[in-house]
Design a protein around this ligand. Structure first.
Ligand SMILES: CC(C)(COP(=O)(O)OP(=O)(O)OC[C@H]1O[C@@H](n2cnc3c(N)ncnc32)[C@H](O)[C@@H]1OP(=O)(O)O)[C@@H](O)C(=O)NCCC(=O)NCCS
Length: 279
């Protein structure tokens, strides 16, 4: 356990499994986390128990004042060449590759940050940046030279019809990313590598999708759904709905500086530009 300072209150960093967390504290932490359909990725479901068991040291929690969890994040280790064309296809593929590597007992060289959540009361306080720095530090401690993340842009759900390649290129007047979560990743030293248009595939019956979205789907076709980063395709004849979630691959550098200058969006197709911007 290491002590960090945030906005006055002492923050410590622990493995999530270092102690038993009361349900009400975990419920509060995840209260504004993810839409219900996030668990409908059938392939990820096959891996998640092994991920939790095997990679528990990469699942951390930031604790305020010794007892309140204010943020949590986790990752998986895999081998990656550093080449953009060699990236996993997204979140689910990263889980698959991490498990496959573990099963053949090979050494990883890359941490993939897969999830991050900040307590609703602590959003906007800087805890998210601190969490990302601590996650990057896990790779540093393990001696892995690379950290990447399939980022789920937090405002993409307001633009579900916009292709992810267009969305990731949107910037504010100051040249920083339009998306606040991407902006934070870049501010702490990350850079956009590529988009991951098929990072996760969520499937379910029509009844399931109606429960998850609180909508009705009277006909086959494409629907905009609450909290969906893209659209849902309904096939009534097959009694199925399919939603493919786009993410954005970000690569992080080692957390050497506490307050790096804001970083501008680079062309995701040109990693060499990013390399230059980094030094
Ligand atoms: C994503 C998350 C971890 C970010 O935490 P956070 O505390 O909101 O992060 P920050 O306060 O550092 O916010 C980063 C930026 O987003 C902005 N922001 C935060 N919430 C926003 C919102 N609802 N709308 C617009 N901008 C928002 C902040 O103002 C900040 O902008 P800045 O760059 O101009 O300073 C948190 O929102 C969360 O837990 N979300 C639910 C889970 C999730 O989506 N996780 C990410 C995918 S794994």
């Amino acid at each position: 356990m290491r002590d960090r300072q945030n906005t006055g209150m002492p923050i410590s960093v622990e493995r999530l499994d270092a102690r038993e967390w009361p349900d009400h504290l975990m419920t509060a932490l995840f209260a504004e986390g993810f839409p219900e359909f996030i668990t409908a990725d059938r392939e990820a479901k096959r891996y998640i128990d092994r991920v939790r068991a095997w990679f528990a040291p990469l699942n951390i929690v930031l604790v305020e004042d010794g007892h309140t969890p204010v943020a949590t994040g986790w990752g998986v280790p895999l081998r990656w060449s550093g080449r953009v064309d060699d990236l996993p296809t997204g979140y689910t593929d990263a889980l698959r590759l991490a498990i496959a590597l573990h099963e053949v007992d090979q050494e990883p060289d890359t941490l993939v940050i897969c999830g991050a959540v900040v307590h609703p009361d602590k959003k906007g306080t800087g805890v998210a940046g601190q969490l990302m720095v601590e996650l990057c530090r896990l790779a540093e401690d393990a001696g892995w030279p690379r950290v990447i993340a399939p980022v789920r842009p937090t405002l993409k759900h307001r633009y579900p019809l916009t292709p992810i390649d267009d969305y990731v290129a949107w910037t504010r007047d100051d040249g920083t990313p339009f998306d606040p979560w991407l902006r934070l990743h870049l501010r702490i030293g990350g850079r956009v590598l590529a988009t991951a248009p098929t990072s996760q595939t969520m499937t379910g019956t029509i009844a399931q999708w109606e429960t998850w979205t609180q909508m009705r789907f009277p006909a086959s076709g494409e629907y905009v759904i609450p909290a969906g980063l893209s659209t849902l395709l309904i096939d009534r004849a097959a009694d199925s709905g399919t939603y493919i979630e786009p993410n954005v691959w970000v690569r992080h550098r080692k957390p050497r500086r506490r307050n790096p200058e804001p970083c501008r969006v680079s062309d995701p197709r040109s990693d060499s530009e990013c390399q230059q911007a980094r030094t």
